[in-house]
Design a binder for this molecule. Structure first.
Ligand SMILES: [Zn+2]
Length: 209
């Protein structure tokens, strides 16, 4: 009997033989090129450590001033949230909501989920919600857009620099570090391994799916 496992490409449904790639190898779909699997070294440990770091950085990135400017003797500081409030007050409510979701709320939820999931896997704790958390984290992948907001900040800073000297605050440095950590987090997460570990834990505990 043929014991080869097959899996369908999630993007184009092409039936593929399950590959067992080595650490560092990428497996792409031969038809549409979708990245199917990319085993990473110590993915659970790495994700857990990066999630903790990201979670800690989230707070200074949001609550410490990013930039400080002095216009006509008035000192102003800009927080991540003040960008959202300015957009809102200028009548750009939809943009304000999108920026708030993509740069504040979704990154926080995404970080919390990856912390919860990798923490459970790291300590081998099972939880009936692991599958649901994992699904939500994947859904949020496309919605975490810190880099886009960063671009907005750079543009705003360049404009402000023309008006007055701009002082960069700790919030900005924390935000940049947060972007780097989120990028490392998403690129280092071996979702195939995570799913396997979750399945293994669920089987041990006989959770009904
Ligand atoms: Zn495909």
């Amino acid at each position: 009997m043929d014991t080869t496992n097959y899996e369908a490409c999630p993007e184009c449904d092409l039936l593929l033989k399950s590959a067992q790639p080595k650490i560092g190898e990428n497996v792409h779909c031969s038809r549409c090129g979708l990245l199917l699997s990319r085993p990473r070294k110590k993915s659970v440990e790495r994700t857990f450590a990066l999630s903790i770091a990201g979670f800690i950085l989230f707070f200074p990135a949001n609550f410490l001033p990013m930039v400080g400017i002095t216009v006509l003797g008035n000192a102003n500081t800009g927080l991540l949230m003040s960008g959202v409030i300015t957009l809102y007050n200028d009548g750009m409510v939809a943009v304000a909501i999108v920026v708030f979701l993509a740069s504040i709320l979704f990154p926080l939820v995404h970080l919390s989920l990856s912390l919860l999931i990798s923490g459970h896997l790291y300590f081998n704790y099972s939880n009936r919600y692991l599958v649901g958390w994992m699904r939500w984290m994947h859904r949020l992948d496309e919605w975490v857009m810190l880099e886009v907001y960063m671009l907005g900040i750079i543009v705003a800073c360049v404009k402000l620099m023309a008006l007055s000297p701009v002082k960069f605050g700790w919030g900005l440095y924390a935000f940049i570090a947060l972007i780097i950590i989120t990028t490392l987090l998403t690129s280092g997460l071996d979702s195939k391994l995570f799913w396997e570990r979750i399945e293994h834990l669920s089987k041990e505990n006989n959770y009904a799916r």
